[in-house]
Design a protein around this ligand. Sequence first.
Ligand code: ZN
Ligand code: ZN
Length: 308
Amino acid sequence: MSKLITQASSINRALDQIGDKWCLLIIQEVFWGINSFNDMMAAMGVSRGVLSDRLKWLQSIDCLNRLPETEGGKRMRYHLTRKSIDLYDCALMAIAWEREYFSTPKLDEVTLVHLQCGQSFQAQMNCRTCGELVDSCSVSFQPGPGATLDERDKKVRRRSSISVQDAPSKHNLYKNLINLVGDRWTANVIALSFHGLTRFDQFHGELPIATNILTDRLKFLVEEGVFQQTPYQERPIRWKYQLTAKGRSLFPWFQALLQWGDKWCNPKDNGNPLQVTHDSCGKSLHGQATCSACSHALKAHEVEFSLP
Ligand SMILES: [Zn+2]
Ligand SMILES: [Zn+2]
């Protein structure tokens, strides 16, 4: 069987579109202005076949436009679309998480400057209604008007023998995050854990993929320090998997992705599948990326990235 039925979720829908290491990396490269096929291949160390496959896919979901460099010219360039530019908040949240938990020399060299206040900053996520910082402990979930079941493709896109972590890219600023969420099942498991799921059978009930795949992903998340594993039963031993502080800190990235999915990946446009409530104010949560220095919302054209 190549189909999987799961509860509709904008996170799943978004991950089914871009929850792939190479797709996420390509979007980063184009963001930095690396936008011809050959330049991308050189920058990413990816094979021609995989790159071509992902570029076609990203065009098919309206995340890239392929246009001639000059009118009528042969040299083609790839450009971000409104849809992919809208992943900006996800990128800011990814950078914030990466900075908190890893020392990434390439990232340490980058300074983010908020032009509105003139200061360098870390991005954070605040509730648009009450202004409080958003974290995974202050939200609750209810089915939304678009709650339904989704039929999803199980098929995995063409695999590459090169790992993204080994990719030589100068522009891969959040490779540890991509290493986690660039596999959609891994990302799905993390997303489910924000709903309070902790046991294998609970995860499997919501995400009925092959048990060996699920076991493998849970093990990986423990190794990566996103989950901590503790026994909830002794004989036979059974484990529960709970988010660590590092895991919980991924929530703003997932919330930004959920908002992107609500906006861009709702095929029938019949309302959001999931209602996220901010418990602090009791209102529907809309998280916005804000500047740690002045607390104002960050907009792409008001942020300068300076590379040394
Ligand atoms: Zn609020
Ligand atoms: Zn600011």
